[in-house]
Write a new protein. Sequence first.
Length: 270
Amino acid sequence: MRILIHSDYDRLSKWVAHYVAGKINKAQPTPENPYVLGLPTGSSPIGAYEELVKLYKAGKVSFKNVVTFNMDEYVGIPEDHPESYHFFMWDNLFKYIDIPKENINILDGNAADLEKECNDYEERIKKVGGIDLFLGGIGPDGHIAFNEPGSSLSSKTRIKTLTYDTILANSRFFDNDVNKVPKTALTVGVGTVMSAREVLIIINGYKKARALQKVVEEGVNHMWTVSMLQLHEHGIICCDDEATMEMKVGTVNYFKDIEREALADLPELQ
């Protein structure tokens, strides 16, 4: 597992965007053999999405032959609700780039049969050959997607009841009213994410510092579900200095030392 510690969120976001764009370009995707991205919502990836839009507008990357699968969606709110993850993705990324609408996959939280929707989602991922790169963020309790503490580390896409901590954290998007936040969601599983050929997790800010310390310095634990990244063959954590405040100085210095070349320059775009 690689840990890349950037000086600040802006630098982190630029690095991630260049890394993702570089992977797309290197793959030289075609309609028959697209590049498949897993994508998150939330505050963590917004900076990277803004940078990807800039790269697209500068002609540095195209999404015409990219297929996306989003991590999760609330149950029971309309797709055009300003806090739905459908709305988030269109508002922060999709409407600014050249990705075909038919290449976008987001779970339907209003499906008549939610269990079938989850099973079909897994099948769609398999049908395109699996996910090449899954981009993600985490919650303050170390959860990835809506895989709350205690979730199975081999879990697949399913219906999930949200914890009070998550509902409280997300209430800032719902007029700070916990009663307005959906209590359930559809989410890819930890196993779904870890089945991707590469996983890149964004962790920024002091609120995520305890989670980062648990994930990096302690063992794999279903109470901190993103810790499963330790077992991934190609796992990367991109974080900023602020998120490392709970880690040992020696740990921070070690990763800064071994990744100094990667941190010095943005990944090359072909």
